[in-house]
Ligand binder design. Structure first.
Ligand code: PRP
Length: 204
């Protein structure tokens, strides 16, 4: 049985739609609070985990493969194989600020973000000094109430920015869901992993 670390929430639902096959045999609907789902027809077991944790389960070999947002991989650099771009969950990581804000450059830029490593790498490349404030959600609120000047966060439709009077200043990286694999398990059961996952590759 292949074990898959699946992110809970919208990425996981999109993943299961693609992975459940044409008959959609396995879905999250009606599963209540169960955290392990088994699809015996495909010989697959899913672990439902927080989206930022899938790579941890895969890196430790508890799950053979997993689905992770590229944002998490860029931020945490787990020691796993990144096998394919799955083509869903497309969005971007961007720097955003209250509309009309401009950088006076007279002090380190204060950045509220869930992605302090990505933010630091980006601004190091530009030679701009920063301070980061790490948050785990509702990041768009921070500059509105004076917790930081700008944010580095995910933008999908742009609705959250628009509804809170923020605008994108620059894009840092395109993002999407990625299939990851534990390094040693991949070598051990490569054929089974490929047979299961090849149909999931992004069609581009
Ligand atoms: C994510 C992200 C943005 C929002 C972007 O938050 O952090 O806040 O989605 O999507 P949009 O451009 O379509 O508005 P999520 O909904 O996951 O909740 P969070 O604020 O708790 O992180």
């Amino acid at each position: 049985m292949i074990s898959i670390a699946l992110p809970k929430g919208r990425l996981g639902r999109a993943a299961l739609e693609r992975m459940g096959g044409a008959d959609g045999a396995c879905t999250l609907e009606g599963q209540g609070r169960r955290l392990v789902l088994e699809d015996e027809a495909r010989n697959v077991r899913y672990f439902l985990v927080k989206p930022s944790d899938t790579a941890i389960y895969v890196e430790h070999g508890v799950a053979d493969i997993g689905i992770a947002g590229r944002d998490v991989l860029l931020e945490t650099r787990p020691d796993v194989y990144e096998l394919h771009d799955l083509g869903f969950g497309r969005c971007s990581m961007a720097v955003a600020a209250p509309t009309g804000w401009h950088d006076a450059r007279n002090a380190p830029l204060r950045i509220a973000t869930t992605y302090p490593t990505c933010a630091r790498e980006h601004f190091d490349r530009k030679g701009r000094q920063i301070e980061t404030i790490t948050l785990h959600g509702s990041v768009e609120l921070a500059p509105l109430v004076g917790l930081g000047d700008v944010i580095v966060d995910i933008v999908e439709t742009g609705t959250t920015l628009r509804e809170n009077g923020l605008e994108v200043l620059e894009e840092i990286a395109p993002l999407s869901a990625r299939l990851i694999a534990n390094r040693s398990r991949y070598h051990f059961i490569r054929t089974a992993i490929e047979r299961l996952t090849d149909p999931w590759r992004a069609r581009s």
